[in-house]
Ligand binder design. Structure first.
Ligand SMILES: [Fe+2]
Length: 417
């Protein structure tokens, strides 16, 4: 979710759904719009004004910026083209809150988002309210002949905002991890429970399988087109790799054994002095980890989080196993043979983030959502504890650069037969 992207190719908007009256369609999208917009504010409500300004690294964005950027998205891609009466809230905001859409105009440098103390939080709240009111007005009044295109963009905007809801949490967690006083995002936060049951490996059905989005619901363009892939004889771990597994890796010298690592990974281990997953700290002689609930003892039974692709790859080598390909993962998930595919940790695969056969990004600014990032990144599948409810799906392709570990990223293993 990098960052976010999608395109209106994103097909299968409301027009392709079961036939509803226009009034029913308006009501459905009004409810969805209010629900998703409110969830962003709920997540931000745990943060002070100071929390919402900070940018702890170039890859992370301030919470205030996320709240404004997702609002700009509706303004830029929905209101400006589809509401002739709409007036931009502030002519300076598009420059500040455009992320990476070159076709949408020039933009502020990403690493300097944390320097934007003005507009302040109240002004961003007013921006959100202004755009919310305009979107609701548009949805209530759009004539039938324009309804499909309007509600398709509303749908894209909501999925985009949900991606930023996850980033809002991962980004503030990274900021809090830089603070020696161990700030707590939510004192009541509890990690999701892992599915119990036998560990071990299960056979992925070998042969030709359909991969990619084939349903009626929403998808991003990178999940298209659906196509056939040949799945080899492979077994996949029923469960995610745990902290106990990772403690074995550490104590066996995993972080000090160059033969376990890709060359770029070993260089990163050296440069970053990695000795454990992201956010792990030694305290009173025991490993602790920075979580949304603050600094807590590492639970050996919980899935490992905040590991990079390089670490996932090294661990698989250490274990004498492999990472699954994204196609093997999707086939296993479609056959419902793996536990905790969703809702705990994104799972690194050994697949490079590449276009599916025949993929083309759509024309225009929204075509920049996914396609232009299809180089040098690796695919993660599933979803995480920070993924908003209802946002995950079996064909979803998340992608990050191999050293990345501020996301809720873990792994499951595979073995070839
Ligand atoms: Fe975005």
């Amino acid at each position: 979710m990098a960052r976010t992207g999608m395109s209106p190719a994103l097909r299968k908007g409301p027009a392709n759904r079961p036939k509803r009256s226009l009034d029913e369609t308006r009501a459905i999208w009004l409810e969805a719009f209010r629900r998703v917009r409110a969830e962003t504010e709920r997540r931000a409500s745990h943060l002070s004004a100071e929390d919402q300004i900070v940018q702890s690294m170039a890859d992370a964005s301030p919470a205030k910026w996320h709240r404004a950027h997702v609002t700009w998205f509706f303004e830029q891609f929905l209101l400006v083209p589809h509401d002739a009466a709409y007036r931009v809230f502030d002519e300076r905001f598009p420059f500040l809150f455009n992320s990476y859409y070159v076709a949408a105009g020039p933009r502020h440098a990403r690493p300097q988002r944390g320097l934007i103390t003005r507009p302040n939080g109240a002004e961003v709240a007013a921006y959100r309210a202004h755009v919310d009111a305009a979107v609701e007005r548009l949805m209530a009044r759009v004539p039938a002949e324009e309804a499909d295109s309007v509600f398709t963009i509303v749908e894209i905007g909501l999925h985009h905002e949900q991606q930023h809801q996850e980033l809002l949490l991962t980004d503030i967690l990274h900021a809090f991890a830089q603070n020696p006083t161990d700030p707590v995002y939510d004192p009541k936060w509890q990690p999701p429970r892992m599915t119990l049951g036998p560990r071990g490996y299960v056979d992925v059905p070998a042969g030709v399988h359909a991969i990619g989005h084939d349903g009626d619901g929403f998808c991003f363009d990178n999940e298209m087109p659906p196509h056939d892939e040949l799945i080899p004889r492979v077994r996949i771990a029923r469960h995610l790799v745990t902290n106990a597994d990772w403690l074995e890796f550490i104590s066996a010298g995993g972080y000090t054994t160059p033969s376990l690592w890709l060359s770029d990974g070993w260089t990163t281990v050296q440069n970053e002095s990695w000795q454990a997953p992201g956010y792990w700290r030694q305290k009173d002689g025991a490993w602790h980890a920075v979580t949304l609930g603050g600094l807590r003892p590492v639970d050996p039974a919980a899935p490992v989080q905040h590991v990079s692709y390089y670490e996932a790859d090294a661990f698989a080598r250490f274990a004498g196993k492999h990472l699954p390909s994204e196609m093997e993962w999707e086939t296993a998930a479609r056959h419902d043979i793996i536990a905790d595919a969703f809702g705990i940790a994104w799972q690194w695969t050994r697949s490079a983030y590449l276009p599916y056969p025949g993929y083309r990004a759509v024309e225009g600014a929204l075509g920049e959502y996914n396609g232009k990032f299809m180089v040098s990144q690796m695919v993660l599948r599933g979803s995480s504890l920070a993924t908003p409810e209802g946002h995950e799906r079996v064909s979803y392709r998340n992608f990050f650069y191999p050293p990345t570990r501020w996301q809720f990223s873990g792994l499951r293993l595979a073995e070839f037969i």
